[in-house]
Design a protein. Structure first.
Length: 320
């Protein structure tokens, strides 16, 4: 039996079909829910926790086999990752036989109809539509994104994306210290959404920026980052300031600096953390204090990134 994820974040446990439908309807969307067998019994458990404003992680099971017909996901994308059992998910005109090696991805513009098998348990990654479409935009305005419905869970790119998802799960189940910081939660959500756009085939394709504009674009965004590194910058927001799409900005940064805008933002925050460590009194200030102030809540990763940048540990800087 798979352990119940997000057990401390349980929203409902019920054997009543109407109650289950209302609960899931409030958190996702209106839908039809029915047991496929006349003698079937519902054993529904739903747990949910948000990373920030745009992404939430959910555990859901129904017990016996059920059919779920939501129509369309009007304002969100939903990645359904089976933990146990199987599901048959129709997205648009495609049917995904979902299992431990294959997830399904529902897009807002595609009709969805699904059957969950007996004992099916799923990890559901909810992503707000506007946040995904801002990062996937080719121009200034968000444009519709449609993912390929079948997600192969064995590819290196998908495995890397799932590691991010499980990192978030681990932090939430440990108390959620990381995501109590708006700075950290916003950055993580952006990374998770960008990772999905990169890992899962979809209808948006990178658009090359004119070569003459790349240096200006990069300088504009670097100046913004250096002026306000403490700000919870979103990639789409930086792109709007630079007057290009998020994908164009990503490409320009990779071409000019060999890193993403969010990696450049992290570098700026590490530099500010170093300045604070050099100025701090080690008798009253700890490395943890300074790291947290700049949005770094995993001390080991902060120390690793800091050492790569400055060839010493943050604790050594503080002692000086």
């Amino acid at each position: 039996m798979t352990r119940t994820l997000l057990a401390e974040h349980r929203q409902i446990e019920t054997a009543d079909v109407d109650e289950a439908r209302r609960e899931v309807g409030e958190r996702f969307c209106a839908h039809r829910l029915e047991l496929t067998r006349r003698d079937g019994r519902l054993d529904m458990v739903h747990s949910s926790a948000s990373i920030g404003a745009d992404v939430s992680l959910n555990y859901l099971r129904y017990g016996d086999e059920v059919r779920i017909t939501p129509g369309t996901f009007d304002d969100f994308f939903l990645v359904q990752v089976p933990l146990r059992g199987t599901a048959r998910v129709r997205v648009g005109d495609q049917v995904v036989a979902s299992s431990r090696s294959r997830a399904s991805v529902g897009s807002p513009t595609e009709a969805v109809d699904m059957v969950w098998s007996d004992g099916c348990e799923q990890l559901l990654v909810y992503l707000r539509r506007r946040a995904v479409e801002e990062l996937g935009a080719d121009g200034d305005e968000p444009t519709p994104v449609v993912f390929t419905p079948a997600m192969d869970l064995e590819t290196p790119a998908t495995r890397a994306w799932l590691r991010l998802v499980h990192l978030a799960l681990d932090d939430i189940e440990a108390g959620g210290a990381l995501f109590r910081s708006p700075l950290a939660s916003t950055h993580f959500e952006q990374t998770l959404i960008a990772g999905l756009l990169s890992a899962q085939p979809n209808n948006r394709r990178p658009v090359a920026a004119p070569e003459t504009s790349c240096p200006r674009v990069v300088r504009t965004v670097v100046d913004l980052i250096e002026a306000e590194p403490e700000r919870a910058w979103r990639l789409a927001e930086l792109a709007r300031h630079a007057g290009v799409s998020a994908r164009t900005l990503q490409e320009a940064f990779q071409r000019e600096l060999g890193m993403t805008p969010l990696e450049r933002l992290r570098s700026a925050r590490i530099a500010r953390a170093r300045a604070d460590l050099l100025a701090a009194d080690p008798a009253t200030v700890s490395v943890t204090d300074v790291a947290a102030q700049w949005g770094f809540f995993h001390l080991g990763r902060f120390a690793q990134a800091y050492r790569a940048a400055y060839q010493e540990l943050p604790s050594q800087t503080l002692k000086r």
